[in-house]
Design a protein around this ligand. Structure first.
Ligand code: 5GP
Ligand code: ZN
Length: 118
């Protein structure tokens, strides 16, 4: 069973912010912003590349509710999902990073030439 399935099953403790029948949101163990939450489906989905449109419709609503719950909906926030090796995905269970609580920097994502591909 994967790490986040164990968090869903409460075999591994986490600091839960919001939970419904389909999803769970908890604090990232290694926060990269003052607010850094992970929102995941309770059923195992490998990544965004595998998720159904139906699940995403519900997930969108859930993420919006998480932002409201921690009062970053008005000040603004960022939603990120890493996909596969080049995307930098480390845990193979679909998760959305919800980041906020301060003005976020906009980065330099790779050492490769950003103009080089097309
Ligand atoms: P990824 O790199 O796959 O997009 O993000 C995985 C995230 O999961 C990382 O930000 C990492 O800090 C977080 N993480 C890894 N293990 C745990 C854990 O056991 N508990 C919690 N709450 N977060 C975790
Ligand atoms: Zn899983």
């Amino acid at each position: 069973m994967c790490l986040f399935c164990k968090i869903v099953n409460k075999e591994i403790p986490s600091n839960i912010i919001l939970e419904d029948e389909n999803f769970i949101a908890f604090h990232d163990i290694n926060p990269k912003a003052p607010v850094h939450i992970l929102a995941i489906p309770k059923v195992h989905v490998d990544s965004f590349d595998q998720v159904s449109g139906d699940m995403m419709q519900k997930m969108t609503h859930f993420i919006q509710n998480v932002a409201k719950e921690v009062h970053i909906d008005k000040s603004g926030y960022r939603v990120i999902t890493n996909i596969g090796e080049n995307g930098g995905q480390e845990v193979g269970h679909l998760h959305f990073h919800i980041l906020g609580g301060a003005k976020l920097r906009w980065g330099h994502f790779s050492d490769a030439d950003p103009q080089g591909h097309f």
